[in-house]
Design a protein around this ligand. Structure first.
Ligand SMILES: Cc1ncc(COP(=O)(O)O)c(C=O)c1O
Length: 190
């Protein structure tokens, strides 16, 4: 059961989303969306027989709301200092690179290779332990961090089925089409 407008809105979102993104799950906040997406990622891995994939990977300086999963994957020191964390969470390096990108206009030229930091985490933990990687295309909570030019699909770096790249910014911080172009497996909008 649900209100007809929710179904109508879901259908309209699916129309503007890339092909294949046609399952829409509404929540009440960004934080709840993050927790839901992380849980879906873990449950999905288990459902396809990859139950060892439970680790959540975030990014330094990332903000993913106030739930335990979001705080654990978030990379803001003061938030991390005061909260107990979901075990096993680890973090990619952030993309704030003033030495190379100071005074950039628009998207900075340098830094797309920082996505390769995921390979370091895969080498450290094993791909078979990673359920989800969650990143903001445009980070906003420790200063606005515009992503460098270029894009590397994070799921390819982990191998196999991933996870929950974070797309909260698709409808707000980025132009809609930019957000959608950056889509991976699971997208979070608010
Ligand atoms: C990237 C990101 N994720 C999650 C959240 C949490 O959203 P909410 O405040 O609606 O719980 C925010 C809030 O600013 C955010 O910027």
């Amino acid at each position: 059961m649900g209100h007809p407008i929710a179904f109508e809105f879901a259908a309209r979102l699916a129309e503007i989303a890339p092909a294949g993104l046609d399952r829409i799950f509404f929540t009440s906040s960004g934080s709840e969306s993050v927790e839901t997406a992380l849980k879906i990622a873990i449950v999905y891995q288990r459902a396809i027989g990859l139950g060892t994939r439970t680790r959540l990977i975030g990014r330094e300086r990332g903000y993913h709301g106030v739930g335990f999963g979001g705080l654990s994957d978030g990379g803001i020191l003061n938030n991390r200092r005061v909260h107990p964390m979901v075990p096993g969470a680890d973090h990619l390096r952030h993309t704030h690179d003033l030495d190379r990108n100071a005074f950039s206009k628009g998207q900075p030229e340098h830094g797309v290779e920082l996505a390769d930091d995921l390979e370091r985490l895969v080498a450290l933990h094993g791909a078979e332990t990673i359920a989800a990687v969650i990143v903001e295309p445009v980070a906003g909570s420790t200063g606005v961090l515009v992503p460098p030019r270029g894009r590397k699909p994070l799921s390819a770096l982990v191998g196999g089925h991933l996870s929950a790249p974070h797309q909260r910014c698709g409808l707000t911080r980025c132009h809609l089409s930019l957000g959608l172009k950056q889509l991976d497996d699971l997208s979070i909008w608010s």
